[in-house]
Design a protein around this ligand. Structure first.
Ligand code: GLU
Length: 498
């Protein structure tokens, strides 16, 4: 592939609901390609279908891209040299292009009502508005110029359709799929301008890609059939088409079928970047589930693209360096939630404790109804981060740092318990009071001197301070909890077992 002088790519979502995680991947690949080639990454909001417009969806898209670190260079919010970037604000532009196609004979007026077309479809499910059927339908090609003019003057329902002649082969050069071709008989005469003067996706999309000087169209595989229409439109206008690259689908974990928004509830994982409150309920986001954006980027980047090496950990900068359209797979790629959590664990472990603390501070204070210093929460993060996959597990599993222990593993404690161990614990409690900072050395020395085994005492001490035998580093936990809490908890356990 030869790269044109200036790479300009766009992410062009329709604000018809929350941005699916597959959309974030499309945005990511566009972003990477732009960055890699010193190009521009544009966000264009395709909101011409007012019937499907969902309030809040654009804001959600913008916030999601921001969270994922994929900020566009040009967008409705940022502006830019080719604005406006919201199609609803570009309405005056499209009509003239539809008129141009009418004049050139590549488009025509069609007067059939929705009911008429429905009746046709009912009578023949294979019905299509195309070269074979248009002569028997009500349009400016089948009617006389006078009849057409009368209908146009009457103000009755009229749309403009692109005219596709039969007998043509439309070749698409796709950077991922190679050469793809369609026969014009497979394509219908798509509406390009609707009765209310609104362009359809096809017209608005290619006019904007042209005017915004888009060099590469990188989008989901579901748009490949539309590309045949788009290639024809570029030909009709005598414009150079951009380079196309259609990304493979993200499949359900079972590998069967496309991952849908309902799969989140079915399989128990998020399929949206941020929480989305829809009419039929709340859809959980990756962010609110406890994911770091770096992990989501790493995970998504590798769904459908591989570096050709064993490397799995990719920062955004690593991706920018190594990414290539050529290494994107043709086949759909499975969504593997365990892998997403694995990446998240990696990024949590490698995060600064303070950054994690700032991230969870709000949740912690809300959950436990008390305020804690960032320093204290940082300490908890340092102790807990190796033991979690999601950042909220830091306070879920480490709740005993923030509130009283709700459940002690008394079964295990009882096995280790006798009068002697009770005395030892009492002694240990005193050592903590004397010098908590060096308690690890003094307690271990004490256990040795008393000819005890670590396994006779330390599990009890763990159960006393955290409720469980398994948990974060014991002495780190003791130091963080502080003298008062530790001594109270030791005597609390002693009381429970006495
Ligand atoms: N508006 C289309 C969408 O919602 C854009 C498809 C394209 O990128 O051309 O995905």
């Amino acid at each position: 592939m030869s790269i044109p002088k200036k790479v300009r790519v766009r992410f062009a979502p329709s604000p018809t609901g929350a941005l699916h995680i597959g959309g974030v991947r499309t945005a990511l690949y566009n972003y990477l390609f732009a960055r890699q080639n010193g190009g521009d990454f544009i966000l264009r909001i395709e909101d011409t279908d007012q019937g499907r417009y969902v309030p809040g969806a654009e804001d959600y898209i913008v916030r999601s891209l921001e969270w994922a670190g994929l900020s566009p260079d040009e967008s409705p919010q940022k502006g830019g040299p080719c604005g406006p970037y919201r199609q609803s604000e570009r309405m005056s532009i499209y009509k003239q292009y539809a008129d141009e196609l009418l004049e050139k004979g590549f488009a025509y007026y069609a007067f059939d009502t929705a009911e008429e077309l429905d009746t046709k479809r009912k009578a023949d499910p294979a019905f299509r508005y195309d070269a074979s059927s248009r002569t028997s339908l009500r349009n400016s090609l089948s009617l006389s110029p006078e009849e057409t003019q009368t209908l146009l003057n009457s103000g009755q329902n009229v749309v403009i359709r692109m005219k596709i002649d039969s007998g043509q082969t439309i070749h698409i050069r796709d950077e991922i799929r190679g050469d793809v071709s369609f026969q014009s008989e497979e394509l219908d005469d798509k509406v390009i301008l609707k009765g209310d003067g609104m362009p359809t996706y096809h017209l608005a999309n290619i006019v904007d890609d042209h005017l915004m000087e888009i060099s590469h169209v990188i989008r989901g595989e579901e748009w490949l059939p539309s590309t045949a229409h788009h290639v024809l439109l570029y030909r009709y206008f005598d414009w150079t088409a951009p380079v196309f690259a259609h990304l493979p689908l993200i499949l359900k974990p079972t590998g069967q079928g496309k991952l849908s928004k309902r799969d989140g509830a079915i399989f128990g994982f998020p399929v949206f970047p941020l929480d989305w409150q829809a009419e039929d309920g709340l859809y959980k986001g990756f962010r609110e589930t406890g994911f770091l954006p770096e992990a989501v980027i790493n995970f998504l980047g590798l769904i459908g693209w591989s570096p050709g090496t064993d490397q799995e950990i990719f920062s955004k900068e690593d991706f920018v360096k190594d990414f290539s359209l050529e290494r994107i797979h043709k086949a759909g790629a499975r969504f593997d939630y365990d892998k997403a959590k694995w990446f998240n664990q990696h990024y949590i472990i490698h995060s600064q404790n303070e950054d994690l603390a700032l991230l969870i501070q709000n949740d912690v204070e809300q959950k436990f109804g008390t305020s804690f210093t960032t320093e204290y929460i940082s300490g908890v993060c340092g102790l807990m981060k190796e033991r979690v996959h999601l950042h909220q597990e830091i306070w879920e599993k480490g709740y005993f740092f923030f509130t009283e222990i709700s459940e002690h593993d008394l079964d295990t404690a009882k096995q280790k318990w006798n009068q002697e161990t009770a005395n030892h614990l009492h002694h240990i409690s005193k050592m903590v009071q004397e010098d908590i900072e060096s308690c690890e050395t003094t307690i271990k020395l004490y256990i040795k001197e008393q000819n005890l085994k670590m396994g006779e005492i330390l599990p009890l001490l763990r159960i006393a301070v955290s409720g469980k035998v398994q948990g974060p580093d014991l002495f780190g936990t003791i130091r963080l909890l502080g003298i008062q809490k530790v001594t109270d908890r030791i005597s609390g356990l002693t009381d429970m077992l006495a």
